[in-house]
Design a protein around this ligand. Structure first.
Ligand code: MTE
Ligand code: CO
Length: 431
């Protein structure tokens, strides 16, 4: 099983100049359902149909085999993967969601990427406390049981690490959307709006900033403006219906919808109210974007509009040959909903509108599809999302013109996959 593969960069940062007369024959008319091309096989004798198979013959497992269900053994490739050279050790570690193995908008709990600065804390819920202190009328301490007595809400939100796609600033690097875009997951959280807890403590009029702190050895902290805290932030104890996973901050995490993942403090143990942002010395909490002139962008909290084609992609090549082909991907924006996704198969020269499918929720992943007839010629696939504020996902070149290449964070540039006639795919850039 390819678990923690050592992914090497693509063959020397790939940049391809598009030929002037790139054939457009691959495109068979818009986003409508493609009629042409038979996808089923003619009915000829097939032992898989005519012969009795083992799974028809022998009794299978009963209900006691798996008290907690697991995926099929045939799905062992759908796993989180890390890149060994990205982090120094397994405590300050990162792995990636296998986006190319998923469909719809929800990320299964066991496949949510992980980012830890001090490893996974193991906390018994009975031993966990959440303290609110600082500029409040009454400092408070909550047990988990206390928190469950507040009104609960459930919301689906994406969490994207600000460093997602960060390896791609200087050129095409990693060969697979799991690696280029897999620091994102999308979960239905259940918990309590932070404003209810803060109301209980009584925030002083001087209280303008919130400092959440984690109980893990990294003691993660971030400064969050009080307006955001009072708006849609939540403290949550459930993900996709069940208890938070240890990797995601069990038993309690902060949810900061639409804002960079670093602020979503896991193993949340304390909320301090202050009148100004804290000075974060630790490398874990600085999160500024270094520009070409040596100055830095600060307070870049919202994750801007972005999209990625998940299939086909380097880890999910076209295996069926020419003919009817389903392209799919994900789009999201920290500013709200995604209004439209365009797809190009010729490196951004021509665009067609993709079909958005499933729930269209603010600050959540959206799923798009584009069905087309592939004529077997090479393709340069791109997707471009537009959000409800009419912000348009930029090209990587436009991003670099604005911010240089020193950044790690907030790379929402348009991704290109080069599809070769044999159906294989590679991470490239085109000009
Ligand atoms: N919270 C604590 N306590 N410790 C951490 O190391 N990492 C942060 C954030 N919250 C972190 C944390 C970062 S950088 C990110 S991107 C997200 O958690 C990752 O959340 P996940 O592991 O659920 O994907
Ligand atoms: Co992060």
């Amino acid at each position: 099983m390819a678990d923690s593969s050592d992914i090497s960069p693509v063959s020397s940062a790939r940049r391809i100049a598009l030929k002037a007369g790139l054939k457009l024959g691959a495109l068979a008319g818009g986003a409508g359902l493609v009629g042409a091309g038979q996808v089923s096989a003619a009915a000829t004798p097939d032992p898989l149909i005519t012969e009795v198979q083992d799974w028809n013959r022998y009794l299978g497992d009963g209900v006691d085999a798996n008290p907690y269900g697991k995926p099929s053994v045939h799905e062992s490739d759908a796993v989180r993967r890390t890149v060994s050279w990205l982090t120094a050790d397994n405590k300050s570690s990162i792995n990636f969601t296998p986006l190319h193995k998923l469909d719809g908008i929800i990320t299964p709990n066991g496949l949510c990427f992980e980012r830890h600065h001090g490893g996974v804390a193991d906390i018994a819920p009975g031993d966990h406390r959440l303290m609110i202190n600082g500029l409040v009328e009454t400092p408070l301490v909550f047990t988990m049981e206390d928190l469950e007595r507040f009104p609960r809400e459930s919301h689906v939100y994406f969490l994207e690490c600000a460093a997602n796609s960060g390896m791609e600033w200087r050129g095409a690097q990693l060969n697979g959307c799991q690696f280029t875009h897999g620091m994102v997951h999308n979960v239905m959280y259940t918990g309590v709006k932070l404003k209810h807890l803060l109301a209980e403590a009584g925030v002083s009029p001087r209280g303008k900033w919130l400092l959440p702190e984690g109980a893990d050895p990294s003691h993660m902290t971030r400064s969050i403006p009080i307006d955001k805290a009072m708006d849609d932030c939540m403290v949550v104890f459930r993900m996709n219906g069940e208890a938070l996973r240890p990797e995601q901050g069990y038993p309690l995490r902060l949810v900061v919808p639409g804002w960079e993942g670093n602020m979503w403090v896991k193993w949340l143990r304390r909320l301090e109210i202050g009148d100004q942002p804290w000075h974060h010395r630790e490398e874990t909490s600085k999160y500024t974007d270094l520009l070409a002139d040596g100055t830095a962008r600060r307070f870049t909290w919202t994750m801007d509009v972005k999209s990625i084609i998940t299939n086909p992609s380097p880890q999910s090549p076209i295996r069926h040959g020419r003919g009817r082909t389903v392209l799919t991907g994900l789009a999201w924006s920290g500013h709200g909903t995604v209004k439209r996704v365009d797809v190009s198969i010729d490196g951004g020269r021509n665009w067609s509108t993709a079909r958005l499918d499933g729930p269209t929720l603010a600050k959540s992943l959206h799923r798009f599809y584009y069905e087309f007839d592939w004529d077997g010629s090479e393709l340069f696939l791109q997707s471009r999302a537009i959000d409800e504020q009419r912000q348009v996902q930029p090209t990587k070149d436009a991003l670099r013109a604005e911010r240089g290449v020193n950044s790690i964070y907030h790379n929402n540039g348009i991704q290109t996959w080069h599809i070769r006639p044999d159906g294989s795919a590679e991470n490239v850039e085109v000009s």
